[in-house]
Design a protein around this ligand. Structure first.
Ligand SMILES: *[C@@H]1O[C@H](CO)[C@@H](O)[C@H](O)[C@H]1NC(C)=O
Ligand SMILES: *[C@@H]1O[C@H](CO)[C@@H](O)[C@H](O)[C@H]1NC(C)=O
Ligand SMILES: *[C@@H]1O[C@H](CO)[C@@H](O)[C@H](O)[C@H]1NC(C)=O
Ligand SMILES: *[C@@H]1O[C@H](CO)[C@@H](O)[C@H](O)[C@H]1NC(C)=O
Ligand SMILES: *[C@@H]1O[C@H](CO)[C@@H](O)[C@H](O)[C@H]1NC(C)=O
Ligand SMILES: *[C@@H]1O[C@H](CO)[C@@H](O)[C@H](O)[C@H]1NC(C)=O
Length: 556
């Protein structure tokens, strides 16, 4: 008799749990992105890795703190936290830790790693355990080229007891995504290619504008099996690094650097951040987790929370369409940017290479398509320009690919309200209002050249490399140089740059006022989006750096 009662009891309980289970990310797209092919359902005994974003404490306090430490007018400007202080502030409660641990252990999940801030757990378990833990999830393998990932094609849920303690579970839905570097064949023909010499001339970096402080550092993060070859970097510096002191080697590689062929993107990032941020210790964060159920971008964010010493400036060329990500995920990633800001780190993202973007809502009815994290109010977003006259190092105009627009998720932050309102009020030919959200966070914040770079890849110098993946490390290196002067004067690093940047109202930057970026208006794909104007605009932000003036403005 007894076993039967037990059986009925268990069945009842599991049905009850299923009926009540909670979707943490009801708006997360489970669509398989173009280019990925379904292979098979994975065997129940195969391992998957799940990332649990645990509920943090005192996030409002963190927000206030970041507002203070990033605002040059505040007494608290530059009073950053150590990672230990940050952990004390936002670390999850004992209740959260206990509830989640209990839940995992009840499902036989013990193999978990945590981070120094305590707010992420990363656990390895068999697919069949994961599917029981997260009702609704079903793991399948997908491939694209030589990439292979394991994802769930259906939404997951969690038990109602743990739902209040978790922001989201990673490793289920989001496919790896990154900014493509463009190979602009259209521009082929004789043309002045961008090299370190050209950039240093255009942005007024003299031979003595190099890093000198031993504690200064900068880094770039690259995902998707993107590797750089140390030999490419040294050849690049040999060919193009004349006239200024620089390093020819990266100081730290975090994560695994695979063998195989170098990635164009990886080579570009390293070669150019080290050309403007010359003689500054450089780190590369390289696809830290190689397990196929991990999300490389999330993995990088988690690493930042697990290292007490990381570079002061980070440049990243990753981006995804806002509309394909859940609000819960984006909001939590935003808190991770706040955490970085509280430590005095500067995070720069490429604004994207699709102009205002384009999403078809219904047949022949389009809207612009903002990109995340470019649209996060707590990062600095870098757009792109090209030379007005392709044969001369002079004025810059909009690079038509330069990503820009307005978030549909994040409201406009206070620091940019006056600049953006002025743009919206004084610009005559704006796209129809139905295409974008005038109340959202507007980007980019700044820009730099993004067209026609020379890169050395697999030992071969390659021309015509383009994209905001190029402008972002260039701007990052310049911020790292300014940090260098600040450190030499005993001042704190710049940290989250935007409040200070917008307060300059364009000082130290060359305004870009010509050209429009691409987008779609109704069924005319590749139409025109926003246009550059005097002062800030959602195509090139405040403009491109003029190093001596920007240094002066940010050295107070
Ligand atoms: C965080 O760092 C500690 C110490 O280095 C390590 O034991 C742990 O596995 C790391 N956590 C993750 C999620 O990688
Ligand atoms: C870029 O295009 C040029 C000209 O078509 C070609 O020679 C080169 O191999 C391409 N580079 C890459 C990295 O695809
Ligand atoms: C810096 O560069 C700009 C544009 O190339 C130029 O107009 C300016 O005179 C240069 N020098 C300084 C000190 O700003
Ligand atoms: C390069 O930076 C180091 C500190 O990291 C400094 O000691 C050295 O003098 C710098 N090189 C030059 C040429 O100034
Ligand atoms: C560099 O940083 C270390 C550790 O934070 C500190 O002890 C040292 O004094 C710093 N060096 C300089 C020159 O500021
Ligand atoms: C516009 O952006 C705000 C946040 O600034 C958001 O609350 C609202 O839902 C957005 N509207 C649309 C139509 O996406």
């Amino acid at each position: 008799m007894a076993p039967r009662i037990l059986f009925l009891g268990l069945l009842w309980m599991s049905l009850g749990a299923l009926a009540e289970s909670v979707h943490l990310e009801p708006d997360q797209s489970v669509r398989v992105p173009d280019g990925w092919r379904h292979v098979e359902r994975v065997d129940g005994s195969e391992d998957v890795i799940l990332t649990f974003a645990l509920k943090q404490q005192r996030v409002d306090k963190l927000k206030n703190l970041v507002d203070q430490v990033s605002d040059p007018r505040s007494q608290q400007y530059g009073h950053y936290l150590s990672l230990a202080e940050l952990s004390d502030l936002v670390g999850p409660s004992e209740e959260t830790l206990g509830t989640v641990r209990n839940w995992l252990e009840k499902h036989g999940i013990w193999d978990c790693l945590t981070v120094l801030t305590g707010d992420f757990l990363q656990c390895r378990t068999q697919a069949r355990n994961a599917e029981k833990l997260l009702p609704g999830a079903q793991f399948h393998r997908y491939v694209k080229g030589d990439l292979s990932v394991v994802r769930s094609g259906t939404p997951y849920s969690v038990s109602p007891q743990v739902a209040p303690h978790i922001d989201f579970v990673g490793g289920l839905h989001r496919f790896p995504s990154h900014r493509k570097v463009l190979n602009s064949t259209a521009a082929a023909g004789f043309h002045l290619g961008v090299t370190p010499t050209v950039l240093r001339q255009r942005y007024n970096l003299s031979a003595s504008d190099i890093g000198r402080h031993p504690n200064n550092s900068q880094g770039c993060a690259q995902f998707l099996e993107q590797y750089f070859h140390p030999a490419d970097l040294s050849e690049f510096m040999y060919l193009f690094g004349r006239g200024f002191s620089h390093h020819s080697e990266v100081d730290h590689v975090v994560g695994e650097q695979g063998g195989g062929r170098a990635g164009l993107e990886a080579s570009l990032d390293v070669e150019y951040i080290m050309s403007t941020g010359a003689n500054i210790s450089t780190w590369v964060f390289s696809n830290p987790g190689r397990h196929e159920s991990q999300e490389p971008f999330l993995q990088w964010m988690i690493l930042l929370s697990n290292m007490s010493s990381v570079p002061w400036v980070h440049t990243i060329s990753y981006g995804d369409d806002e509309d394909t990500l859940s609000v819960a995920f984006m909001q939590r990633i935003n808190v991770e940017f706040l955490k970085a800001a509280s430590r005095g780190l500067t995070i720069l993202f490429a604004s994207g290479d699709d102009g205002a973007g384009c999403r078809e809502v219904v047949k022949a009815k389009n809207v612009f398509r903002p990109s995340f994290p470019a649209s996060s109010p707590y990062v600095t977003t870098v757009g792109g320009t090209s030379f007005k006259n392709p044969f001369q190092v002079t004025r810059e105009v909009t690079d038509y690919i330069s990503g820009g627009g307005f978030s549909n998720v994040f409201p406009m932050p206070q620091y940019q309200v006056s600049a953006v309102s002025k743009y919206l009020q004084s610009t005559e030919k704006l796209p129809p209002e139905s295409y974008y959200n005038r109340s959202g966070r507007a980007y980019p914040d700044v820009a730099a050249l993004s067209d026609n770079y020379w890169v050395v890849i697999n030992r071969v110098p390659v021309p015509w490399v383009s994209g905001t993946s190029a402008s972002t490390p260039v701007f990052g290196g310049i911020i790292a140089l300014i940090n260098d002067h600040r450190l030499q004067k005993g001042l704190p690093t710049l940290g989250f740059l935007n409040p200070a940047l917008y307060a300059l109202k364009g000082d130290g930057l060359s305004d870009v006022t010509e050209g429009c970026h691409l987008s779609c208006i109704d069924d005319i794909v590749l139409g025109q989006g926003f246009c550059a104007t005097p002062s800030w605009d959602p195509v090139t932000g405040w403009g491109t750096p003029n190093f001596p003036e920007l240094l002066k403005a940010l050295l107070r």
